[in-house]
Ligand binder design. Sequence first.
Ligand code: SAH
Ligand code: SF4
Ligand code: F3S
Length: 447
Amino acid sequence: MPDKYYIKTYGCQMNELDGSQMGRLLGKHGYQATQVPEEASVILINTCSIREKASHKVYSDVGRFRALKLRNPEVILGVTGCQAQAESAHLHKRFPYLDLVVGPDHTGRIPELIEKAKREGGQQVAAVKLERRDDYQFLNLLPDEAESAHQALVTIMKGCDNFCSFCIVPFVRGREVCRDAEEIVAEVRDLAERGTLEVTLLGQNVNSYGVGRHAADPNALSFAKLLRRLSRETAIQRIRFTTSHPKDLSEELIEEFRDNPKLAAHFHLPIQSGSDAVLKRMYRDYTREGYLEKIARLRQARADLAISTDVIVGFCGETDAEFQDTLDLLEELRYDSIYSFVYSERPKTTAAQHFADDVPLEVKQERLRRLQDLQNRITLEKNVEWVGKTAEVLVEGPSRQGTTYSGRSSQNHIVHFEGSEAEVGTLLKVKILRACSNSLIGEKDVG
Ligand code: SAH
Ligand code: SF4
Ligand code: F3S
């Protein structure tokens, strides 16, 4: 019986891809994946530290999985991901029985560190040197058979240099490093040849790809040119990307949306707050007006574009009037969907060191509720506008028992319709009949 591994991943798509890549590496070393931790001889908790709540999950997980290790001392238990980086020393001390504490930049060393832990015992701790950029190696590993064949995540850069005052990411993922364009094109080409229809390009700030001092190659492409190359030189049918920073969203990229039909009709552009004063305290480097202008130009360039965003409520010193500016912005801009969060102070950040986290928790929660109520209404109204229109859906699989299938539209809506197994992994035209708050319901458009 081959050894099995179980990986529990939290956090963003970058962490999801890291989790998959650790699995691919372990696969190459003879391990098999399992969804059942009790069967695994390697258990990895791939953590996120973006908000305090996310970071706490590791503590309960470690306790739970330790029970399995007590039953079978051969089990290797490790913490990987951003929390392993943020708290390597603390985790090491608090849980002396952990075999591995491995930060995100050391994902590629997982098999080697597991072997070492088995051989030598004791804890293997590997955390990132955050200033490093020149010698960073991206992993070149295609998905294995167990993963979805139709959609794939592709890293184009790692780290972040923006240091928004609230955000821990630059401290756990290190400096921005761009992956070589040739490598990205080759990976997308290989994926397309294997039948992948859609890729999502990943980075904390993909709009700054290739720009500035940190470009891996002095002749590096801009992000818009990278998109064009991928569209022209590979057979991939749909390209998504995440995440964008408004300050780096260029005119060239807006034009690419006008000209390149392979770009999915969805733009995720985190605003964080609708108040200029709050944006300034967040070190975001754009204004409400500048942001609105860019959205207007994007909508002009691509009329069917869906727009989504991230919002933080209750940031340090946020007044009622400043919060109202965010509500007004949502009314004015009419996003298709948003992700919204209560501000959570994170260690090492500028906000933690210099600003008071002075909005009471009840006020933060009340603001979050009001914001979400407002957006739920807008999202439903925007979804209702789809009734009678036709969406192009990449079919992902059965959504419930029976013959209902679901997939994602170009605009990133979840669409349910009567389908069949043969249609999984194809692009279908679906006529929208009904709208719900979180999804659309339609029928295959045969006309
Ligand atoms: N690179 C992306 C964001 C990555 S983190 C960008 O620049 O937009 C994803 C989202 O988590 C952020 O957009 C922000 O809305 C939220 N977030 C980050 N730090 C947070 C904190 N300390 N408290 C609450 N939400 C936070
Ligand atoms: Fe965090 Fe700002 Fe970087 Fe996004 S751009 S990861 S919010 S520091
Ligand atoms: Fe979380 Fe790290 Fe992503 S902190 S959001 S897993 S980059």
